[in-house]
Design a protein around this ligand. Structure first.
Ligand code: GTP
Length: 316
């Protein structure tokens, strides 16, 4: 069983911890046993004592997105191999993390069979969001990150509504609407007072497509998930050229692909990376199970399944 993971993101002080505490309470009331991954920028986690009861992994001195992405993977793998009493994980990124990078770490071939992302909750400080745009006028990096946090969220919570009037509310909302994915809901809150159902709903699909007929399961999920991470197993009938063509055929709905692949007629394993329409392939020496991991928005599993099976047939 894969352990479901919630990612809570948002700029410094937007209310991540406030919402996190509420999620923990709700999960415990449902009889679940949550673990927390907190990632602080300093060398000491000042919030640690608030969460004494929880199983917790701390990532200090760096942010998940860069230097310690690999650390998180290793820590999480170790943690999962040692614990049997955790059935849900919440990750709070630092205020300056890009959640897409956390998704990147969790969908690594070594982790994708152990955990499944279920939601990315983006907190917005409604009272400060517009100011940040001018405050950080000189820092493109921070403005880009603020935008990425909104773009990558599957649920947006406009928090600190008690601090703004209607006029400002309209303006902030318009700004957020401009950036966010169309189908992503925005809810308003004061001190994270969002219903448990809204907070805990599954909004990110992590799934597997296997081309081996015996394990091929037709699981139709009619829920709509904005984001998907799909692992495809058992494909080794692509030529390099067709593989690239197939990846590109998904257009902008495919944000990222990675994994290990053996091309038709060859026996060596290659690792591949696909981002921003570019495919990079590197042959590797260590034997790895081949798999293709796709991360995207509005990827349709049935369509993928179809395009793959057509392709596999072509090559028989
Ligand atoms: N007025 C008001 N204050 C809030 C609200 N939500 C949270 N706060 C306060 O804002 C401060 C920051 O909230 P946190 O939940 O710690 O925010 P955070 O995103 O975890 O902050 P960092 O860890 O710094 O990134 C705390 O003092 C909260 O009590 C709200 O809706 N209204």
């Amino acid at each position: 069983m894969k352990i479901p993971v919630y990612i809570v993101t948002g700029f410094l002080g937007s209310g991540k911890t406030t919402v996190l505490k509420k999620m923990l309470r709700s999960l415990k009331e449902q009889g679940k046993r949550p673990a927390l991954i907190m990632n602080e920028l300093g060398s000491e986690n000042v919030e640690k004592e608030m969460f004494e009861d929880e199983a917790m992994i701390e990532l200090l001195n760096g942010c998940i997105c860069c230097t310690i992405q690999e650390d998180m993977r290793n820590e999480l793998q170790l943690f999962l191999s040692q614990t049997t009493n955790v059935d849900v994980i919440i990750i709070e990124g630092t205020g300056i993390a890009n959640p897409a990078e956390i998704v990147e770490a969790l969908t690594h071939p070594e982790l994708i069979d152990l955990v499944k992302i279920v939601s990315i909750i983006g907190m917005v400080d409604a009272s400060r969001y517009l100011e940040y745009q001018s405050l950080f006028q000189s820092s493109k990096e921070i403005r880009t990150m603020l935008k990425q946090q909104i773009e990558s969220s599957a649920l947006l919570i406009m928090n600190k509504m008690d601090l703004i009037d209607q006029k400002k509310e309209k303006k902030v909302r318009a700004k957020i609407e401009e950036i966010k994915r169309r189908e992503v809901p925005i809810v308003y809150s004061t001190y994270g007072d969002v219903s448990e159902e809204t907070l805990l709903e599954t909004r990110f699909l992590t799934d597997v497509i296997s081309t081996e007929k015996s394990t091929h399961h037709h699981h139709h999920d009619h829920h709509h998930h904005t984001f998907q991470a799909i692992k495809i197993e058992g494909i080794n009938s692509f030529t390099q050229k067709d593989f690239e063509k197939w990846l590109k055929s998904h257009g902008p709905t495919l944000l990222r692909a990675k994994g290990y692949i053996t091309f038709l007629g060859e026996d060596k394993v290659n690792s591949f990376q696909y981002a921003a329409n570019r495919l990079e392939i590197e042959s590797i020496d260590i034997p790895k199970q081949t798999c293709i991991i796709l991360i995207g928005t509005n990827l349709n599993k049935d369509v993928l399944d179809q395009s793959l099976s057509e392709f596999v047939q072509q090559n028989i």
